[in-house]
Ligand binder design. Structure first.
Ligand SMILES: O=C(O)c1cccc(C(=O)CC[C@H]2O[C@@H](n3cnc4c(=O)[nH]cnc43)[C@H](O)[C@@H]2O)c1
Length: 217
């Protein structure tokens, strides 16, 4: 693999990723900003202006883990990226754009690489989960919303705010996509005191190191 574009929301995530890949020159890491729109626009701008042809686009950062799926400090590698609030509120509950007939709110990942990444992390004894990662414009802040999301998307492992935007931009250019989330908090009642951002950034650094192994195997 010759050239990999990595999009993080903020600088702290970018720095953690760069530490993990030991400055490997195949990686271009950019800050995308917080949220799906900023992430999509930033990714599209890099892809359209870069002198490089990228072999892979990665959305990397911290995220919330669904209780029972991904503990704080663990890693989630996305099995798919889901725009979980892209749709309509109806009397029967949320209906996604796919069911409304307006396209899709699920985008695929590069599965072989994602699986190799999971195996490399497991071989190193890291806590890792392979499952759907939700992209939302609003951070879940109640147990009720967390339960609704988990019911609507069985197996949902993590939520964040950028992955689907990055995936959409990559998809438009036909570039394979993967997403990694290092878990900083539990999805549910808002409790900023419970965040473990430092632990999540350390996990993100470790995980990015194992991406080196996954792309080489
Ligand atoms: O103010 C709060 O209660 C709160 C709780 C969790 C996350 C936030 C953020 O503003 C984080 C935004 C930033 O970090 C990613 N992230 C991390 N945890 C989550 C989450 O549980 N749900 C969604 N995004 C999360 C996200 O990708 C952003 O880049 C505030």
């Amino acid at each position: 693999m010759k050239r990999i574009l990595v999009m993080t929301a903020v600088e702290a995530e970018k720095e953690a990723f760069l530490r993990g890949v030991r400055g490997d020159s195949r990686f271009d890491v950019h800050e995308a900003g917080v949220g799906p729109v900023s992430a999509a626009v930033s990714t599209a701008m890099v892809l359209s202006s870069s002198a490089f042809e990228y072999d892979l686009v990665v959305s990397a950062g911290i995220g919330g883990g669904f209780v029972g799926q991904a503990d704080i400090g663990s890693i989630v590698i996305a099995s798919e990226s889901i725009a979980a609030d892209l749709g309509a509120e109806t009397p029967e509950g949320f209906t996604g754009v796919d069911k409304l007939g307006f396209g899709t709110n699920r985008l695929p990942v590069e599965e072989k690489l994602s699986s190799r990444w999971v195996e490399a992390l497991k071989a190193d004894g890291q806590a890792v989960r392979y499952g759907p990662v939700l992209t939302l414009s609003t951070v879940t802040g109640t147990a009720e919303t967390a339960a609704l999301l988990a019911e609507r998307i069985p197996g949902a492992a993590a939520e964040a705010m950028e992955g689907y935007g990055v995936a959409e931009a990559a998809s438009r250019r036909g570039v394979p996509f993967v997403e990694i989330r290092a878990i900083s908090n539990a999805v549910g009642p808002r409790d900023r005191a419970a965040w473990r951002i430092g632990d999540a950034l350390a996990a993100l650094e470790t995980a990015s190191y194992h991406l080196l192994e996954a792309i080489s195997s």
